[in-house]
Design a protein around this ligand. Structure first.
Ligand code: LLP
Length: 418
């Protein structure tokens, strides 16, 4: 469900102290609405859970890269996990400290590596020998030393949707942990390269921390062997992946439990723990607000057609993801529910937010909120069907910041020629 920051007051859904009916009237729909305090609370939960252990929480920018979100996290002391020059540009524009940035990703371009080195990021999570050699050459040409970690593939089954599981040998990610030591030894001989970390990321939306702990044992073992061989390993990066509860009754993975389990394994080792959480910081802090355009029946089926679509939030279409959908005006308790498909206007059968969902009856003009849309929502949106992208609003108490303007028709054709 949505976080405490989204709640009903006198029958109307609020984000913090801002009511969603007024927000929809003032800013239009579809609109992403984020609670600044929910983001801060989730980040603080990470910080307090790991307090006392040398650590750095590097927010995975891919989950939500809006500048206002990044700036909120930067002010709270977050580092950042990036996967492109574009994400680094955003972090810098939002006031993030480049020295707190780790650069992940299986295919970095030479231009991206150069940019990151010039900006002085903390380290590169490297996924191939070719990448390490490229970083070495560029670092030498810039007269710099690049701190690197090797992202190892620990061959652990993350038990999640196959598209977001990454830690098995058959996946494209990382370097097989069985070959990692040899790669470190070769990397240590390269000019401009300082192998100082071990990293892994086994997947996303993990509801059970077991596989994460299993992976952490494997990378801890590797770090110990590397240190014994004389490499000055200082960072242990366990990636992101903690899952959130999208369905009623589902239990989110608990950061406190993860911290309790990791603490005794890390204490006194002189390693800095890096984590790269994305979803678990921002998912529950956001909703997608949209308006019902019409309802229609085809045969036995009832369709609720809304003004948001798969181009705004692709998770249901791409991962068969479940998102709870709430009416912005609470339905009276005695009104019987209907079963409907909630769909967008895009010309694809895959353009749905929910199928066969029980909801309170709705009419054209009613507002609906898709919950848990703060992560991998707007960032995965597109202009498909030439639909301008939604606006993003950041709520802080009763204050509302237009964190990204709704796109206009002019925005749609900017840069094109004929
Ligand atoms: N670090 C690395 C190297 C990653 O690849 C990812 C996510 C993260 C950190 C952050 O993981 P998180 O804490 O958010 O689980 N679009 C998909 C999720 C893709 C995740 C990709 N990598 C979805 O909507 O479920």
């Amino acid at each position: 469900m949505c976080s405490d920051s989204f709640h009903y007051r006198n029958g109307t859904l609020f984000c913090e102290d801002a009511d969603l009916v007024s927000l929809a009237e003032a800013h239009g729909t579809p609109a992403y609405v984020y609670s600044k305090n929910a983001i801060a609370r989730r980040f603080e939960a990470y910080k307090s859970s790991f307090a006392g252990l040398p650590h750095r929480i590097c927010f995975a920018v891919k989950a939500n890269s809006n500048l206002a979100v990044l700036a909120t996290l930067a002010r709270l002391g977050a580092g950042f996990d990036i996967v492109s020059a574009g994400e680094l540009h955003r972090v810098l524009a939002a006031g993030g400290d480049p020295a707190s940035v780790v650069f992940s990703g299986v295919g970095k371009t030479a231009a991206e590596i150069r940019f990151a080195l010039q900006k002085g990021i903390r380290s590169f999570n490297c996924e191939s020998e070719y990448e390490i050699e490229t970083i070495s050459q560029i670092a030498v040409s810039l007269n710099r030393t690049a701190s690197i970690a090797i992202r190892v593939n620990p061959d652990v089954n993350a038990v999640t949707h196959p598209y977001i599981s990454t830690g098995l040998r058959e996946h494209k990610f990382g370097i097989d942990i069985a070959h990692a030591e040899a790669v470190y030894r070769r990397a240590a001989k390269l000019p401009g390269i300082a192998p100082e970390g071990v990293s892994c990321h086994i997947g996303s939306q993990l509801l059970d921390i077991g596989p994460l702990l299993e992976a952490s044992e494997k990378v801890l073992d590797l770090a110990a062997r590397l240190r014994a061989a004389g490499l000055p390993i200082r960072d242990l990066d366990l990636g992101g992946g903690l899952g959130v509860a999208y369905r009623p009754g589902e239990r989110a993975a608990c950061v406190q439990t993860l911290a309790e389990r990791l603490r005794p394994r890390l204490e006194g080792l002189g390693l800095t723990l890096l984590l790269e959480p994305g979803r678990s910081i921002v998912a529950e802090a956001g909703i997608l607000l949209m308006r019902v355009l019409l309802t229609k029946r085809n045969g036995q089926k009832l369709f609720v057609v809304v003004d948001g679509a798969m181009n705004d939030l692709i998770r249901p279409a791409l991962y068969q993801a479940h998102h709870e959908i709430l009416p912005v005006r609470e339905a009276a308790a005695n009104v019987p529910a209907v079963t409907a498909d909630i769909v967008g206007p895009v010309c694809e059968t895959g353009d749905f937010f929910a199928r066969g969902r029980e909801i309170a009856p709705v009419e054209p003009g009613d507002l609906l909120a898709i919950c848990m849309a703060g992560a991998y929502g707007f960032v995965l949106s597109s202009n498909y069907n030439s639909r301008p992208r939604a606006c993003e609003l950041l709520v802080d108490g009763a204050e509302v910041l237009v964190a990204r303007k709704r796109e206009t028709l002019e925005d749609l054709i900017r840069g094109e020629a004929f």
